[in-house]
Design a protein around this ligand. Structure first.
Ligand code: ATP
Length: 372
């Protein structure tokens, strides 16, 4: 169990409601968009659905919230079955006690910040109103309690929307791309604040995103979706370092693709000879994927040979401030494959000169060629 998950679970003991979606399928007309998916979010856990646009993430979230009628499968919150795809009546959204926050988290413009937050609360619910005031203050927004939303920045509005979703003490929280409307500079801070609030509350949270960095930052577990199915699930670092398919590897950004083959226990590629990764069979057409940041470049040693490294010719080197992006030609005698590399800090060899490249064995991602 990760440290963050353990911390959440201890807070969550009193709030023992998890979300279970079991074998859920959903079609719009003849278009099957969710295909036999199971999602389990335990109390105190934050699970991210990560996948490209159109893979069915939002539909799953809407099914959990009750905004779409469940066709196939079963959904439980805590011990309660809230939807059963057997034609039985479903618990309507307002009775599920689920907190919802969508990408366009529009606040009510004619209500004050505080009125927005307590909108879903009963007037007599003083405990939750007190919670709302305290949390507004913890977030540094106390002075805006009586202001109208239009005077708030995008980030402040996002926080208010989060409090509105949390104010009724929901059993489960559903977040759909909650940070996508924010500019890059604000996003990191707000992501951190949101993470802290959810950690403190220990609420079971299912979050949808197509941003891998966001998923890695927020999630205890990531479920990768492709075309209506979950194709890999695990802790963020496992998914990043051990993608099971080229599709999952590429979700985290563009990769270099190279032909390769297995000979005995060796992996032969234009980058040279490396130990073959475990579980890779000989005789199957394979390809090698290398992330730009996995290419470890160094200036050519004077008078020396590159040893186990391969030689690349620098085509361009553009400084991006924190890192340098390089395009390099592989001198492999096969037409010169172009590779992209990303080195930390400033690394600007002369254009047209040669550099050496090494790749750590754990960064060699080998997969069967599509359709093989
Ligand atoms: P995005 O990141 O773009 O929101 P997503 O992974 O959340 O994508 P969904 O919004 O779940 O994907 O949509 C899955 C598929 O279902 C898409 O092809 C979409 O066009 C289709 N779809 C979604 N809602 C409806 C609807 N109400 N009627 C018909 N088709 C729909």
């Amino acid at each position: 169990m990760t440290e963050q998950k353990a911390a959440r679970q201890s807070v969550a003991e009193a709030r023992a409601d998890g979300l279970h979606m079991i074998n859920v399928s959903h079609a719009f007309g003849t278009h099957q968009v969710v295909k036999g998916v199971s999602v389990f979010v335990e109390p105190g856990e934050l699970v991210c659905l990560l996948g490209p646009s159109g893979c069915g993430k939002t539909t799953l979230l809407r099914l959990a919230a009750g905004l779409e009628d469940l066709q196939v499968g079963r959904i439980t919150i805590g011990d309660e079955v809230v939807a059963d795809g057997q034609g039985k009546p479903q618990l309507p959204p307002e009775k599920r006690n689920v907190g919802l926050m969508f990408q366009d988290f529009a606040l009510f413009p004619h209500l004050t910040v505080f009125e927005n937050i307590v909108f879903g609360l009963n007037d007599r619910d003083t405990a939750r109103r007190d919670w709302a005031r305290e949390t507004l203050s913890t977030m540094g927004l106390a002075e805006y309690a009586d202001a109208f939303p239009h005077v708030l920045s995008g980030g402040q509005q996002q926080r208010v929307a989060l409090l509105r979703a949390l104010a009724p003490a929901p059993r489960v929280l559903l977040l759909d791309e909650p940070f996508s409307g924010l500019d890059v500079n604000r996003r990191a801070q707000i992501r951190q604040d949101t993470f802290q609030i959810l950690t403190d509350l220990g609420i079971a949270t299912l979050m949808v995103t197509h941003d891998p960095e966001e998923a890695m930052f927020m999630a205890d577990r990531i479920l990768v979706m492709q075309d209506g199915r979950i194709v890999q699930s695990g802790q963020p670092v496992d998914i990043y370092f051990h993608p099971e398919t080229a599709f999952v590897a590429e979700l985290f950004g563009p990769v270099n693709r190279l032909e390769c083959r297995i000979e005995g226990d060796a992996l032969i590629s234009p980058l040279g000879r490396h130990p073959a990764p475990e579980g890779v069979a000989a005789g199957v057409p394979m390809e090698l994927l290398i992330r730009p940041e996995a290419l470890n470049l160094a200036p050519l040693p004077t008078g020396g040979t590159p040893g186990d490294a391969c030689l690349l010719t620098v085509l361009s080197a553009r400084s991006l401030g924190r890192s340098t992006h390089l395009a390099l030609r592989l001198d492999d005698g096969a037409g010169g494959t172009v590779l992209n590399a990303r080195m930390p800090g400033v690394f600007q060899p002369e254009i047209g000169t040669q550099v050496t490249a090494r790749v750590a064995p754990e960064n060699l991602l080998v997969f069967p060629v599509d359709g093989a």
